[in-house]
Write a protein that binds this ligand. Structure first.
Ligand SMILES: Cc1cc2nc3c(=O)[nH]c(=O)nc-3n(C[C@H](O)[C@H](O)[C@H](O)COP(=O)(O)O)c2cc1C
Length: 323
């Protein structure tokens, strides 16, 4: 059975209204290609990548996904790093036509990218900012609730509260992110007016992700209260509760200023945790939904599972009755 197309599935030729998130240290070419081949959007996370690595990962994704699926490959570019323009230009030169920009102003590169014929989606965390994205000319917005893994908005709006307000505020397609891991969640988001869902944490724990095996294990062993949003004084981020988290918590409880937090964070903390697998002193970014993730499937099995959950839930809801 085929799901009906909506504005988002049409825009990116998706078989399901599902997007595999671009994640620093996690979303490489192999993961994005597996997603594109499974009929969902596969995003390479450029955040941690120097230009030579980025080139290698894009070429790998294109090769693995093949000509008939590579149009479903996208690039996530967090705009807070100095080399984002070079990353964008490299990706454009390699034929990438879909860009998810985040952590910066949507005005920065939207016109530039649209002039080159690319589609642009910007990630945001409040209805006001979503309106600014629309004003900047993006094709769609990702709205990310407080539950989400990775860097986060300061205002703690949950996905359930944020989503309907953004849907009512803007005319462009809205993609919901933060707290989704299965087919039921996608249907809930569609009911609230989203045109699709972006999942991050769920895709960290897949066979194809670049996350260190220890990081994947940490997710499947996590419980519902294993994460907390921290470091609001610098860049808010949802952290796995480990020794590094405890150290940050102590500093925050003692009202440490941002310079002390930055000193503790140091350089390479995220690489140490998510790429090198140091579960004690590394920075491990995961979403609240980690508590519900209990296996490490292939992307293809995961997408098939989500699809059948959507169909089962639709049948179970049986919303019509004869008066
Ligand atoms: C390990 C990790 C790294 C992430 N890195 C990025 C990133 O580099 N750029 C970005 O825009 N979002 C990043 N995110 C956020 C995701 O793109 C996605 O929106 C979020 O994970 C959705 O929430 P969920 O984790 O509850 O599924 C990251 C999330 C995780 C879990």
């Amino acid at each position: 059975m085929q799901f009906k197309n909506n504005s988002l599935t049409q825009m990116f030729d998706l078989k399901l209204p599902l997007i595999q998130a671009g994640m620093v240290w996690v979303s490489g070419g192999k993961l994005a290609a597996a997603s594109a081949k499974s009929g969902i959007l596969g995003i390479i996370g450029a955040g941690s990548m120097k230009l030579d690595i980025l080139k290698e990962q894009i070429l790998k994704a294109q090769k693995l996904s093949g000509e008939s699926h590579s149009h479903r490959l996208a690039l996530n570019v967090p705009l807070l790093y100095p080399g984002s323009k070079e990353q964008i230009d490299l990706a454009l030169s390699l034929g990438i036509k879909i860009f998810f920009t985040s952590a910066g102003s949507p005005k920065l590169y939207t016109t530039y990218l649209k002039d080159k014929g690319a589609k642009v989606v910007h990630v945001t965390s409040t209805p006001e900012l979503a309106l600014k994205c629309e004003g900047a000319g993006v094709d769609a917005v990702v709205i990310e609730g407080f539950e989400a893994g990775g860097h986060n908005g300061k205002d703690e709006l949950t996905t359930l509260v944020l989503l309907p307000q953004v849907v009512d505020a803007v005319k462009i397609p809205v993609i919901a992110a933060g707290g989704f891991y299965d087919g039921r969640g996608i249907l809930a988001a569609l009911s609230l007016g989203a045109q699709g869902v972006q999942m991050g944490t769920r895709f960290v724990a897949t066979k194809e992700s670049r996350a260190h095996p220890n990081f994947k294990e940490a997710i499947i062993n996590a419980g519902p209260t294993s994460t907390m949003l921290m470091m609001k004084k610098i860049v808010p981020v949802r952290l796995f509760k480990n020794t590094f988290y405890e150290e940050i918590k102590k500093l925050e409880d003692d009202c440490a200023d941002s310079s002390k937090l930055l000193l503790k964070l140091g350089k390479g903390r995220a690489e140490r945790g998510m790429h090198l697998g140091d579960l004690i002193e590394g920075e491990i970014e995961i979403g609240q939904i980690a508590g519900a993730v209990k296996n490490i499937p292939t992307v293809s099995d995961l997408v098939a599972q989500i699809r059948s959950e959507m169909l089962a839930k639709l049948a179970e809801l049986n919303l019509f009755f004869t008066p």
